[in-house]
Design a protein around this ligand. Structure first.
Ligand code: SAM
Length: 238
């Protein structure tokens, strides 16, 4: 009996590694995310939409992590990407994407390109993604990887995302994937009336609060908290 269980386990692990495209592993991750989202919400319906989950099922996370981390690419956890930085946990990527509630023709700014994964998830859902990374080697690698994967609606640049990207503003939504001590005023300025921004705010190397800010048509900013998260710090001279 034990031998049979071991064989079944071995076969299912092989199935997950599958054809080199990790198709089954990615689908298994999405299934896990549905269950996780329901559990976190303690509800019958998960709060992550089908469209966001479809994007999570499409983007090849294994192509955006270092080779040594590939086999873990579809585990629901952050992974190191070098230079002291991480690719975020898939559930947090899905949650942040859901919170900014994007439409197909939206223009979105991301601060903290990292591996390019969050940018790719957004690119499946919106018209244009602009993404800024402050570490030169990561900015170069993400640009090359996203081009190799065929993402034509993602424009990246090297820079300090604290100041946003004035040239392409205003944005329908802004997603900050590094922990800030406060909400950068230039990002609020660059958000469209009716726009949404998601950002982890709190102390460095501690847990932070995930904030969803909404700019009303009158320009007022309403803030809501969406739980505790842990991100690497937003760095830069600001
Ligand atoms: N979104 C990334 C992904 O999908 O892989 C993960 C982001 S990682 C948690 C945070 C990233 O923010 C790091 O790559 C870090 O170098 C970058 N970062 C930190 N401060 C920044 C700043 N002021 N401007 C732009 N990028 C910054």
């Amino acid at each position: 009996m034990r031998v049979l269980a071991a064989i079944l386990l071995f076969v299912s692990v092989l199935a997950l590694a599958d054809d080199g495209n990790y198709t089954a592993a990615r689908a298994a991750m999405v299934e896990e995310l549905w269950l996780y989202a329901k559990f976190v919400d303690d509800a019958d319906e998960a709060r992550i939409s089908k469209a966001v989950m479809a994007s999570m099922n499409t983007v090849k996370r294994h192509e955006l992590v270092p080779r040594s981390e590939r086999r873990y690419a579809y585990e629901n956890r952050p992974l190191p990407i070098g230079y002291g930085q991480t690719i975020s946990q898939p559930y947090i990527v899905a949650l942040m994407t859901q919170l900014i509630d994007v439409d197909a023709d939206d223009v979105v700014l991301e601060v903290g390109t990292g591996s390019g994964y969050q940018a790719a998830i957004l690119a499946e859902l919106v018209g244009h993604v602009y993404s800024i990374e402050i570490i030169p080697a990561l900015a170069i690698r993400a640009k090359q990887d996203l081009e190799r994967l065929g993402y034509k609606n993602i424009i990246t640049k090297l820079g300090d995302g604290y100041y946003g990207w004035e040239e392409h503003a205003p944005f329908d939504a802004i997603i900050v994937t590094a922990a800030a001590s406060h909400v950068p005023p230039p990002l609020i300025d660059q958000l469209k009336p009716g726009g949404r921004m998601v950002i982890p705010v709190g102390e460095r190397f501690m847990t932070q609060t995930l904030l969803l800010l909404e700019k009303t048509e009158k320009g007022e900013v309403i803030s809501r908290q969406h739980g505790a998260v842990r991100f690497v710090p937003l760095t830069g001279e600001h």
